[in-house]
Design a protein around this ligand. Sequence first.
Ligand code: GLY
Length: 410
Amino acid sequence: MNIKNVIWGLAFIIIFSACNRKQTEAFEVDKHLAYCDKQVHRTLTELGNRKMMPRNIPDSLTHWKLVPIGIGEWTAGFWPGILWYNYESTENMNNADAATFYTDLLEPLTVLPPYDHDLGFQIFCSYGNAYRLTGNEKYKQIVLNAADTLALLFNPKVGTILSWPREVEPNNWPHNTIMDNMINLEMLYWAAKNGGDKKLYDIATKHAETTMKHHFREDGGNYHVAVYDTITGDFIKGVTHQGYADSTLWARGQAWAIYGYTMVYRETQDKTFLRFAEKVTDLYLSRLPKDEYVPFWDFDAPNIPNEPRDASAAAIVASALLELSQLEDNKEKAKEYKTAAINMLVELSSDKYQGGDCKPSFLLHSTGHWPKGSEVDAAINYADYYYIEALVRYKKLISGIKVTENFKDA
Ligand code: GLY
């Protein structure tokens, strides 16, 4: 072997590892977790003793808009979930008390008939984390019951869970399934292995398979909504609800796909899902603006670069890629995904994206529902949830622990 090539090779390895180390060392996760704790306490002060949840802070305001808890409040589980992650990172019992208080407020939702797929977001982010960190059996039972309720929306003819029963009339969508629904499969997988019905595993896997088959274009980009015939089970069409157009790539929709298929691979260990998680991730990464890690709200929005960003998509993807990097069987891809996730966290943790002293949220610049003109360029609770989840996961990752394991017990 040519000695010159060997020397160049060694130099490359040394420089590459130094850069990687620099990136990791530069990201001071404890500092960012301490910042989250500070912001949580500002929000708790704002809430006082009102039994409401912080939902968003529009660009023009400096205080949270609060919402009551009800079936229409799909984000109701995120604030309790934030508080549980904050307790996990601080190990401060006062933070556990706050988390318990807001989790218990969701109790009315736990006894309702199946109203839509959001039950998974609402219950698993709150009670799921509550049980993970406390082992309280009452929380476990609530999650098991919610999983059974969610499964009632599964249509075996179609092979997916009906996402929005209440939206059938206005949109004339017989059986609709939205990409976001992928996230709610985690509660079914969890229930199946924690004393619930084993059929929940099959339902979740069937949903993931059907979605993989119909809900994506050739390049791995997804339609937000897949519409199916309720009776025959046939796929009718792919449309958008929160993206710019049926043919465009809505950033958060793709983020849900990345997070969803990463989690489905973790639960099934079926390599088909790993390869698919790579496909949807690679498309997302390839479409990010050059040297930037927070996407515009829709990758095909017409006025880029003068379009709002979506920090929530970046936070969801950062959290997912930390896990995907650990699940990968391809070392190069593992490295690529870990580096991308850290770059996303670094950008989200910069002044541009932090609520800082001005606002009590962790993050700014998310876009909830652009077509409706709602929550555009705002701070939104689910961006904060996935940001703190990603920080907690990152801390586990650098400690050599599986990112989905309980930090305290590991
Ligand atoms: N519908 C959930 C979302 O806005 O991503």
